[in-house]
Design a protein around this ligand. Structure first.
Ligand SMILES: *Cc1c(COP(=O)(O)O)cnc(C)c1O
Length: 238
């Protein structure tokens, strides 16, 4: 089941890349294994997946002791990180997609410095404006000069940190009926990346965007990392 699902997602990735004139090698599939058991993760590893994501520190703390065999796997944190749980992050994850405040970034960087470690980070942007979504406030960044200045200042401060290495941006699209409706959000994130690169003279090669319901559109708009859960592991039961 899981192996077949992965094949289907990979076929969709290739098709989306063909539509966009992109090389499929430029898209990393991150399998989101939240609420799914260890055996599902191992089945996905057996089917060739090397990038996994979780969204809760507690859940990863429970899973990690059982994942010692998955040494060639990169773990991605994609959920909001509560301040008091920050200290667990460097030992469990190699990439954090959910850097959603300067405060969190500084806290992580200090922790990393103390242990002489490094970590790859992506800055989460709330480009859709939904109240329920985390991320730096980026809704309307093209129209609102004040918001844009504050946003760019915050990004600049985050990207000067030495141990947390910022490599790009992440966003979540709203839940919509048709995946096409998510496109403007992905386009906004892609344009924001360009503007930040041009203005701050930084490198932001990664765009983490697209989930089960909308990843083909995200790929068409430049996603380099897609975060796919249900299309691989099936619906989650809570
Ligand atoms: C759960 C989750 C995903 C995967 O969602 P699916 O709809 O199952 O593909 C992606 N990104 C984040 C941040 C998530 O929390």
């Amino acid at each position: 089941m899981i192996a077949e699902n992965i094949k289907m997602v990979q076929t969709e990735i290739v098709a989306a890349c063909a539509r966009a004139g992109r090389d499929p090698q430029t898209v990393t599939l991150v399998a989101i294994s939240k609420r799914k058991p260890i055996e599902d993760i191992l089945a996905a590893v057996a089917a060739g997946i090397r990038h996994f994501g979780e969204n809760r520190v507690e859940e990863m703390r429970e899973k990690q002791p059982h994942l010692a065999v998955t040494t060639s796997v990169t773990w991605h944190m994609v959920g909001h990180i509560q301040s008091r749980k920050t200290r667990y992050i460097p030992g469990m994850f190699q990439v954090v997609h959910s850097i959603d405040s300067l405060k969190l970034a500084v806290k992580l960087d200090t922790l990393l410095a103390e242990n002489q470690q490094q970590l790859t980070g992506l800055i989460q942007m709330n480009v859709s404006g939904e109240q329920t979504k985390s991320g730096l406030a980026a809704f309307g960044w093209e129209q609102d000069a004040t918001l844009r200045k504050n946003l760019f200042d915050e990004v600049q401060q985050i990207t000067t940190l030495q141990h947390l290495k910022i490599r790009g941006l992440m966003t979540m699209a709203p839940i919509v009926d048709e995946m096409e409706q998510a496109r403007p959000v992905f386009q906004s994130l892609a344009r924001l990346r360009e503007a930040l690169v041009d203005t701050l003279h930084i490198e932001l090669p990664e765009l983490s965007m697209g989930m089960t319901d909308d990843y083909p559109i995200a790929i068409e708009e430049g996603a380099t990392m897609i975060r796919v859960g249900r299309a691989i592991f099936g619906e989650r039961t809570y």
